[in-house]
Design a protein around this ligand. Sequence first.
Ligand SMILES: Cc1cc2nc3c(=O)[nH]c(=O)nc-3n(C[C@H](O)[C@H](O)[C@H](O)COP(=O)(O)OP(=O)(O)OC[C@H]3O[C@@H](n4cnc5c(N)ncnc54)[C@H](O)[C@@H]3O)c2cc1C
Length: 256
Amino acid sequence: MYDLIVVGAGIAGSEAALACAREGLDVLLVTTSLDTVYNLAGDGATLTPPPGTLMAELVAEVRAERGAAPGTVEAEEETEVETEVWVATSALHRAAKRTLEHHPKLHLLQSSVSSLLVEGGAVRGVATWEGVDRLAPLVALCAGSFLGARLRVGELTEVSGRLSEMAYDDLFENLEALGFVLEPETLTAPSSRGSLPYTVRCSRFAASEWERERFTLPRLSGLYAAGVCAVGEMSYERAAQQGVALAGALLASTSP
Ligand SMILES: Cc1cc2nc3c(=O)[nH]c(=O)nc-3n(C[C@H](O)[C@H](O)[C@H](O)COP(=O)(O)OP(=O)(O)OC[C@H]3O[C@@H](n4cnc5c(N)ncnc54)[C@H](O)[C@@H]3O)c2cc1C
């Protein structure tokens, strides 16, 4: 039994899980693959890390490591935004995993959540693909673009939320069966460094399902959602800010 289960260790889920663990909640952060924890698509990213986020800590840590691992990170010369840095995303991923796994109140688990456990109009935990139930009175969905995801490159269509990242439909189908209204959306990633352009079709909660300001999904008490299903400038930073704000909402719900 945990205090909180966060589904998806992308940017938003990692930020939320760690912020809650640091405030003393016992947190399970469950994600489909440990290879894609705090994943930023592509080989590198230019970031303006918002203060107070794990992203800001990781970027600082990775920059400090530069002497030990030459070439992993380069500070931009003079940019319009002074704090903007180019970060090797693999270095960021490794630093994030280290930080998350090292926190004693956080359990980082590789598994896929296939359904929500529900009792009397409230969420009670999650069922995982392997058949093991995990219990908590609070569940936060941070699945990004992985709900009902289909990736299309040329004539090829894969069940995937990004290039090389598997998505499974179980949770999406379970949410629909529970009555949640999800709306499809198509995102296009432009060609980059010689790779083909591709599109991702994914689903997001309809406005009627999601109280954005409080991050709640009122259809089930104890259920929260955050993260962004978007392509574009600053969406990594927005996901980080969403994760921190989600943590604030979750912590507020646990205070007497
Ligand atoms: C095609 C594409 C290209 C993009 N390019 C850019 C870009 O160039 N620049 C930019 O700033 N932003 C870009 N974005 C947006 C960026 O990826 C998102 O803003 C950011 O990753 C969202 O973070 P998140 O934490 O909400 O979700 P994600 O980073 O998507 O993380 C969600 C995580 O949840 C996991 N997950 C999902 N379902 C389950 C489940 N049932 N059980 C367990 N784990 C689960 C997934 O495996 C994933 O690791 C792109 C997005 C897409 C789709």
